[in-house]
Design a protein around this ligand. Sequence first.
Ligand SMILES: Cc1cc2nc3c(=O)[nH]c(=O)nc-3n(C[C@H](O)[C@H](O)[C@H](O)COP(=O)(O)O)c2cc1C
Length: 198
Amino acid sequence: MPKSRVTEYKVNPLFVNRWSPRAFTGEAIDDATLFQFFEAARWAPSAYNSQPWRFIYAKNDSEQWDTFLGLLSEFNQSWAKTASALVIILAKTTFIPPGKTDPIRTGSHIFDAGAAWGSLALQAAHDGWFTHAIGGYDKTKAREVLGIPEDYILEAAVAIGKQGDKSSLPEGLCEREVASSRLPLSQLVAENTFNFKT
Ligand SMILES: Cc1cc2nc3c(=O)[nH]c(=O)nc-3n(C[C@H](O)[C@H](O)[C@H](O)COP(=O)(O)O)c2cc1C
């Protein structure tokens, strides 16, 4: 368990062992490993079981890799270039309820896609891999380049890899390569009313 992570209550170590490093080894990832992570995401809960999450990926030994990497901000490219795979997470904004013919908006597609990403990240951690979500990428360009229709919104991208040595990171990132802590539960959970501690 990372030293910076102390829990107030006992939880499965998986929850605190998952964190987002930036140093990756650059090794290749095979489909069976990667698809285990998508499989975990697939079983997330969603409103009406609408399953709005979609994943578009490129592996670092594929032709599309440079295209995916090129979508990231310069900062994110500087470290994510040694990831094994990049995944763009989408959320479908509409769905057709059972027995109906017209699509509706559930309004929970973002929430649901977030749950799926959480499962993906935890499965990866369970299997000894690391994930790092990335909001800093060009979503307009990604929509165009990857042919994403209008009724899907682009959520985070995710870098997946095996943890590398932090000395391999670009200048300034080495000292930031530590697992972060969290707000205390008293600031996050309230009983009966909105009486969070500050
Ligand atoms: C939606 C989302 C977008 C993020 N965008 C970036 C990003 O563009 N670049 C980056 O280095 N980290 C990014 N992160 C990583 C967060 O900074 C990190 O998850 C957070 O500090 C908590 O740390 P932990 O994941 O190690 O527990 C993002 C995380 C999420 C969930």
